[in-house]
Design a protein around this ligand. Structure first.
Ligand SMILES: [Zn+2]
Length: 278
């Protein structure tokens, strides 16, 4: 005699059983990154810095356009993610394929040599992306690409190689969106707030108060996961590999890292390499 079928509500959660994530993405690696990183560190906010490895010795007109010396990358960006922004920042969708691939793979190679970890993310320089660029990125082992198209929403992206941010920091809707995100306690979906920009814009536009106010508002929330871009991608990839029995009475996590799931409204941590009873 067989037991009757059991339907259970099982959902992927973020680490610690959370359902909201905040991540930032800042481009070009100019000198004001130092001040931006120190503000983020003070508030426990984390992000991804998209860097051009071929522009270190570029000439600059004003001080805020000078690039951070590559020898400083490891210390400065500790606790954040370093990702590609191509070697010399061309508009890649207009670039011959061979040059496009060289720009991406050379940036990746140079950044990996400095950082000592695999670099698998990218922000499209000048927001330039099309199907050919996405194909080239896949061939270069790049797992996600960030666009410059604001969604004003909190949904998870359908395609990480066309990852649209929530908004730019100078967006007039920024603080309304932040309030909506903080006040959102619905748990039917996973929710993401994704902020992007360039640190030199704070210096140029004399508006560092925006990121200071935003950081104070959104820091230290027990239901928000503060993550870099690649941590989100890697975590969801790991979650997608979890194997749940048809009867939903046990789950096997084949990853080395833990994955959290909600089973009939209860949070369960699935430890890496283990089978867990649900
Ligand atoms: Zn850029």
């Amino acid at each position: 005699m067989s037991a009757s079928v059991r339907f259970r509500n099982i959902y992927t959660q973020f680490p610690g059983g959370k359902h909201k994530v905040l991540t930032l993405s800042y481009d070009d690696g100019k000198i004001p990154d130092r001040r931006l990183v120190s503000i983020l560190n003070e508030h426990g906010i984390r992000g991804t810095f998209n860097l051009n490895s071929g522009l270190e010795n570029n000439s600059f007109d004003v001080a805020y356009n000078e690039r951070i010396p590559m020898a400083e990358f490891t210390d400065l960006y500790k606790g954040h993610e370093v990702a590609c922004h191509t070697a010399t920042h061309p508009t890649i969708a207009r670039t011959p394929r061979e040059q496009m691939i060289l720009q991406v793979i050379e940036d990746r190679r140079a950044l990996e040599r400095i950082m000592g970890y695999t670099v698998r993310g990218l922000a499209y320089p000048n927001g330039s992306v099309d199907d050919n660029v996405v194909d080239a990125l896949k061939a270069c082992g790049i797992r996600y690409g960030r666009t410059v198209n604001s969604t004003h929403g909190f949904g998870m992206p359908g395609d990480f190689l066309r990852w649209d941010p929530t908004c730019h920091h100078a967006d007039p809707a920024l603080f309304d969106l932040a309030d909506q995100f903080i006040d959102n306690h619905k748990t039917q979906y996973l929710y993401m707030f994704y902020l992007w920009g360039h640190s030199y814009e704070f210096e140029r536009d004399n508006n560092w108060n925006i990121i200071e106010k935003f950081s104070k508002k959104i820091e230290n929330k027990s239901d928000i996961w503060y993550a870099t871009n690649i941590e989100i991608v890697d975590y969801l990839d790991a979650a997608s590999r979890v194997q749940v029995s048809v009867d939903a009475d046990f789950a096997y996590n084949p990853n080395s890292q833990s994955v959290w799931i909600e089973v009939d409204k209860k949070t369960i941590e699935l430890k890496g390499g283990e089978t867990t009873e649900l």
